[in-house]
Design a protein around this ligand. Sequence first.
Ligand code: BDR
Ligand code: CA
Length: 322
Amino acid sequence: MSAPRPILLDCDPGHDDAIAIMLAIADPSIDLRAVTTVAGNVTVENTTRNALRVLDMVERPDIPVAAGRDGPRVRTLSTAAVMHGDSGLEGPLPSEPTRAALDIPAIELIEQQLLDADEPLTLVATGPLTNMADVVERLPHLRSRIRELVLMGGAVDLGNWTPAAEFNIWVDPHAADVVFKAARAPGEGSAADAIAVTMIGLEVTHRAWLTDEHADALRSTGRAGHFVAELLDHFVGFHQRRFGWEGAPIHDAVTIAHLIDGTLVSTLPMNVQIETESPLCLGRTVADRWAVTGLAANAAVGIDIDRDHFVTLLMERLSVLP
Ligand code: BDR
Ligand code: CA
């Protein structure tokens, strides 16, 4: 077996972010080196507290955590507390983390990790791209230290937060614009300093759902499984009430699952541009699915997932956590 892949996860936990962290810890092919947080689902104070709580839960006090941006570049922060609760992790009983985040901003922790890693680091972003835009602008000299960026965000077709836009991109479209302008499709393009980007959007993640039955199956597998079950009780219930769906999409965990098994998500190279002006379509990921613009592809865009395989992988890994 090859050495585990070093990754840094930038997130806004959030139920599905929390499950993404746990999957990264549980899978032996992933080496989660650090977690950075951003404002999105809730304030950055709460997303940071939640990241620390989840790392407590899986007994990984050694993984450094640093808080990042407390709001988008241009817009005012809009959260998804209606979905994730005011704390960001509605469901399990609230608890305080056993440690504080590092006393440095996320961008400094990312810089340190890029410099210290013995091989290029994979960045995973599961919240608004505010910190990632900082990486693009403030760490251009470290681009060769970034193996790739895998992000949950956007959609080729329908949005979820507005008819046109997915939540993570809609919260900070100006940051997303910076990131996609610095991007190239993995394996394509000649721009040596561009970052290889994989965009896993709603076409994929809306198929990656768990139900009450999965919650019940995890409830007795241990402390972490019980915690995930309580997260799902809330998250599945919300999606049942709001959308009439049987289950809840575990959007953010798909990024990690894709790194664990590259056959899970089907992608196509596309040119993706971000709408930053139109009030109606703000945050839309304008993805050129049929290559009508003639513009070079700047991302591998997810279009489908083997859902059964995803669910099996996720359930197996979550069941073996402490
Ligand atoms: C994204 O929005 C957030 O609420 C989730 O955590 C996920 O990252 C899905 O649109
Ligand atoms: Ca998220």
